[in-house]
Design a protein around this ligand. Structure first.
Ligand code: FES
Length: 337
């Protein structure tokens, strides 16, 4: 088999990316029950586990491409998204890595409690952060943001493009896959823990951005904000990023939500989301991405005019529903909660 055929077979999405490039909704979205076949600790502080998931009957799993994630539906009803960080050429298993967040919404603790033999329900893979192996690339990863980047780095190396990775985190011990990256890729990788180098500046992050090339970034909000702010001054032509958690609220104004079940009126300030306010009163209200793309938080609107700030709902759906994680209002919304 010639090299080109091997490349195409192994990284079909890299050399011929999915048609839409970013279309969450256009991609296949089968629901599957998968079994945890392996569980490993992958950060020295013990707080990141890697889980390998396989079909109980060993069936071949749907293809994925670097940057893709799985929607994991946990027994509690929580839904969480985890980037696939294994090898796309391994069609028999999916690999995800999860950092324990003790004061988070509980999803990471539930993932950490899984043991080999347990099953989870998943949907996907979906890809909102597709990688195209073309030209020179700078990868930037912060903490657990290394997970989608790991698959991209592997693809970049395999296809022979020129790439570099700057990987930041609180400390070396809190950063998963450090040893693997250093051993496999040597000087292409700069491990940059904050406790050794200080919090990274724009120059620290983007100084190696390739002229005419691309930057792929995944990390916490402060890192993404720094990169977005400084990117215009680099000579790179494209910035691709994936954010953890809620994006910053832009032009937020205070409004109110009323819960139809109790009549409670809850003020939402200019710098918080309706979801955050609602969950203080109703912790059972489901959410996942907090970015307006997964649809988990969709809620019926009984009266009022939402300011829809997402691209997920259709015009018809917007007449009756809203995504309370990102959408807002100028007045009062009565919600079917
Ligand atoms: S939580 Fe994903 S769309 Fe709101």
């Amino acid at each position: 088999m010639g090299l080109l055929k091997v490349l195409v077979d192994r990284y079909v999405g890299v050399v011929a990316p999915l048609g839409s490039g970013t279309g969450h909704l256009a991609q296949p979205d089968p629901e599957m029950r998968l079994t945890v076949s392996r569980k490993e600790v992958v950060a020295a502080d013990g707080d990141v586990v890697q889980l390998t998931l396989q079909a109980p009957d060993g069936a071949v799993l749907p293809l994925w491409h670097p940057g893709a994630h799985l929607d994991v539906h946990l027994k509690s009803g929580r839904r969480r998204q985890y980037s696939l960080c294994g090898d796309p050429a391994d069609t028999g298993s999916y690999v995800v890595a999860v950092r324990r967040v003790p004061d988070g919404g509980g999803g990471s603790l539930e993932m950490h409690a899984l043991e080999p033999g347990d099953t989870v329900s998943v949907r996907g893979p979906r890809n909102g952060f597709p990688f195209v192996a073309d030209g020179r690339v700078l990868f930037l990863a912060g903490g657990i943001g290394i997970t989608p980047i790991l698959a991209m780095v592997r693809a970049a190396e395999f296809t022979g493009i020129d790439w570099l990775l700057t990987y930041t985190g609180r400390s070396r011990s809190a950063m998963p896959f450090v040893r693997e990256l250093e051993q496999r890729y040597g000087e292409r990788v700069f491990i940059r823990p904050d406790d050794e180098y200080g919090v990274p500046t724009v120059d620290d992050l983007l100084g190696a951005a390739p002229a005419g090339g691309a930057v792929y970034c995944c990390g916490p909000p402060p890192m993404l904000d720094t990169v977005q702010t400084g990117f215009g001054k680099t000579g790179a032509h494209a910035l691709h990023f994936e954010r953890f958690g809620a994006p910053p609220i832009v032009d937020g104004r205070p409004f109110e939500v009323q819960l139809a079940s109790t009549g409670a009126v809850l003020p939402v300030s200019a710098n918080e989301s309706a979801l955050d306010v609602i969950r203080r009163h109703r912790p059972d209200v489901p959410y996942s991405c907090r970015q307006g793309f997964c649809g988990t938080c969709r809620t019926r609107v009984l009266s009022g005019s939402p300011d829809h700030r997402e691209n997920r709902l259709t015009a018809d759906e917007r007449r009756e529903e809203m995504l309370v994680c990102v959408s807002r209002s100028d007045g009062r919304l009565v919600l079917d909660l």
